[in-house]
Design a protein around this ligand. Structure first.
Ligand SMILES: Nc1ncnc2c1ncn2[C@@H]1O[C@H](COP(=O)(O)OP(=O)(O)OP(=O)(O)O)[C@@H](O)[C@H]1O
Ligand SMILES: [Mg+2]
Length: 291
């Protein structure tokens, strides 16, 4: 019998364990690893996220951390997933097509484990600025960036940082992951070394390894254009309301970057649709191990 997340206290401290600082992103500060655990600052949605992680565990999904409880300093304690995550500017190994297709399969397993979870009360992370166009189908991660995927032996084995988990749709989660991993963004914003990456081929590989259905493939290009607009409005609202890292990102031009992405998505809508649906591109083509 598992105790409710909000009644779970973590007191299995090992006083000899070494405290290692973890590389944090733009918003969260003070993340550390202690032994086989990770400590993150608690936030108002922590227990809702913890209940979702409990569900994933109960479904046999092994690609997410377990919520172990709150420690005596009030931090969330999660299991550490062994492996490597990308740096803020992703290293060249992140371009691997073998990694990309393993991520497609991992995300599919997350979707399958999540569809049986329904939490009508699951809180959205932001005020309801720019509401979603479709009713939610599931709770999902919604921040599957290279920095939030744990890689072992060249394969995606885990997802961390469920801070933005929320009620959403299969298409929204897939499109968001594709945006980060293909990546679907303007040429000017590609990471160094990614300039010649075939984003269309990568989108097809991700869709095939995930098993995205044709109807969602058809909808994806237009959906992604709309999602960029919503993302712009949400980031702006967060910068204004929450300040901190959000305001810093906004000041550094994240809003303009999102607008450039939207423009790129508009210009390439037809090419994206062809890449996803063209029958001449054989389904389930193999990732090139040399890419
Ligand atoms: N459970 C975990 N297992 C293994 N590594 C983890 C785990 N949680 C976090 N990490 C590592 O710590 C890094 C930062 O953690 P996390 O992604 O949760 O915070 P963050 O990205 O800094 O948050 P934000 O994006 O809100 O600023 C991750 O990129 C990953 O390398
Ligand atoms: Mg992160």
């Amino acid at each position: 019998m598992v105790t409710r997340p909000d009644c779970r206290h973590f007191d299995a401290e090992d006083s000899n364990a070494v405290v290692i600082e973890l590389p944090t992103g733009d918003v969260t500060e003070g993340m550390v690893r202690i032994g086989s655990t990770v400590r993150r600052p608690a936030h108002p949605r922590s227990f809702a996220v913890a209940a979702y992680l409990d569900h994933l565990d109960s479904q046999g999904f092994d690609g997410s951390p377990r919520f172990l409880g709150r420690d005596s300093q009030g931090r969330d304690v999660l299991t550490f997933i062994d492996g490597t995550c990308a740096a803020q500017i992703p290293e060249s190994w992140v371009r691997s097509e073998v990694l990309l297709t393993s991520l497609g399969r991992l995300l599919r397993r997350l979707t399958d484990a999540s569809l049986s979870y329904w939490a009508a009360e699951f809180p959205f992370p932001e005020s309801r600025v720019a509401p979603d166009p479709d009713p939610p189908e599931l709770v999902s991660h919604m921040d599957v960036t290279p920095q939030n995927v744990v890689v072992r032996d060249g394969l995606a084995v885990g997802l961390v940082d469920f801070d933005l988990a929320r009620p959403t749709t299969v298409l929204a989660e897939f499109a968001n992951t594709a945006m980060h991993w293909c990546p679907l963004m303007a040429d000017a914003d590609l990471w160094p070394g990614w300039e010649t990456t075939d984003r269309f081929r990568r989108l097809r590989l991700l869709a095939d390894s995930y098993g995205l259905d044709d109807e969602r493939r058809r909808r994806l290009p237009a959906f992604a254009v709309g999602a960029a607009g919503r993302s712009w409005a949400r980031m702006k609202a967060r910068a204004e309301q929450d300040g901190g890292g959000w305001a810093r990102m906004w000041a550094e031009g994240v809003g303009d970057k999102i607008m450039r992405r939207q423009e790129w998505l508009r210009e390439n809508s037809a090419a994206l649709e062809r890449a996803l649906l063209d029958p001449d591109r054989t389904r389930d083509q193999k990732p090139d191990p040399n890419h």
